[in-house]
Ligand binder design. Structure first.
Ligand SMILES: [Cu+2]
Length: 155
């Protein structure tokens, strides 16, 4: 992960099946942020999913603060959170930039990213008032027929 600033911490012993959704947390800069937590879960046939399966984000309320995604991996395998169309905001050599969301989370680790809301806003503009849906999944352990989870962005 050279050059990228990313918050990383040992996952607290999050029990499998224990899913925390949403919440408002304090960020180091002293401000507030909307945090959405995802938890990796191993399922049958060596597959894995990210829980919860659906997240609803409301532009009017949730976009007023930085939007943070947290990924907890309480399993014994490395998982990846991939969400085509979603971008994270990263600081690289002191420059703020964005890149597609594809995050690797080692066993018993937690990763945190800041979502690039500007991209979401332009997607919403392009959708002309319709909801915008982003899919997410672990590309390493995804079943062929698995459509993944949904992040639904509404008004
Ligand atoms: Cu996986």
């Amino acid at each position: 992960m050279k050059g990228f600033r990313r918050l990383s911490a040992h996952a607290k012993s999050v029990g499998i099946g224990c899913v925390l959704v949403g919440g408002v947390i304090a960020v180091p800069s002293g401000g507030w942020a909307k945090e959405i937590a995802f938890v990796a879960r191993d399922i049958e046939d060596q597959q894995a999913v990210w829980l919860p399966r659906e997240i609803v984000i409301h532009r009017r309320t949730d976009f007023t603060e930085p939007l943070i995604f947290r990924f907890d991996n309480p399993t014994t395998r490395t998982h990846v959170f991939e969400a085509p169309g979603l971008f994270e905001s990263v600081e690289e050599s002191g420059v703020q930039t964005t890149r597609p969301v594809r995050i690797t989370i080692a066993p018993e680790e937690t990763e945190q990213i800041v979502i690039d809301k500007n991209r979401m806003v332009s997607d919403a503009m392009a959708a002309d008032g319709e909801v915008v849906t982003y899919r997410f999944y672990c590309p390493l352990h995804r079943a062929d027929e698995d459509m993944g989870g949904n992040i639904v962005v509404g008004q």
